[in-house]
Design a protein around this ligand. Structure first.
Ligand code: HEM
Length: 179
């Protein structure tokens, strides 16, 4: 299994793109379908976004343990909805020290605490892109059943209102369905 995950926007892939919108910063070109592959795919695409499955940076031992207990696996048959949110943070964020970033991420913004409220309904995977010279720093991926969609967006709205998001300079939202 490759740790590099490629999201290809174009005319192929199991996910139908219901909506693409720029929340902040530049948009992504419209596409009809999305393909997620571990490793490089063959075939053409309108755009590709790459990220690496990596180690945790901020989660403490007790958070890692709680997340492991509550997080469902990807590709559950019931999870017919997905959301891809590419994000880039500002130079000011990257100029901070690790302990300062952790303090903003969790002690001030409660990212994990807020995110945990959506579990176990939402499966997630974080991909790191910054060190791959990509246009986004992170590709965040979420899967859930249609009945949990409203809760997912309510949780996302809470995250976007935190101080952590003061450091988000680009964010695009892709709403997807397996159809
Ligand atoms: C990072 C949990 C939802 C965007 C993280 C991390 C955790 C987490 C534990 C830190 C990983 C580490 O230690 O490095 C969750 C949970 C969620 C959730 C349980 C509920 C489904 C979201 C949503 C977004 C998002 C909806 C986007 C709108 C991010 C980003 C990072 C991140 C960009 C990387 C932050 C950085 O390293 O600076 N998340 N999250 N998360 N999450 Fe979430």
């Amino acid at each position: 299994m490759s740790r590099i995950v490629v999201f290809s926007g174009g005319d192929v892939g199991p996910w139908r793109v219901l909506d693409i919108r720029a929340i902040r910063g530049e948009p992504l070109p419209e596409v009809r379908r999305l393909l997620m592959t571990e490793g490089e795919p063959s075939g053409a695409a309108t755009w590709r976004l790459r990220g690496a499955i990596s180690n945790a940076r901020y989660a403490t031992r007790s958070e890692v343990t709680t997340l492991a207990q509550l997080q469902p696996a990807l590709a559950r048959p019931s999870a017919s909805q997905a959301v891809l949110i590419p994000i880039r943070k500002s130079p000011a964020w990257w100029a901070l020290a690790q302990d300062e970033r952790r303090a903003i991420f969790e002690e001030t913004s409660h990212h994990t605490r807020i995110g945990l409220t959506a579990l176990p309904a939402v499966a997630r995977r974080l991909h790191h892109s910054r060190d791959l010279d990509e246009r986004f720093d992170f590709l965040t991926w979420f899967e859930f059943a249609p009945e949990h969609e409203a809760d997912f967006w309510a949780m996302t709205a809470r995250l976007r209102a935190t101080r952590e998001w003061d450091y988000v300079e680009a964010e695009v939202e892709l709403r997807l369905a397996l159809e």
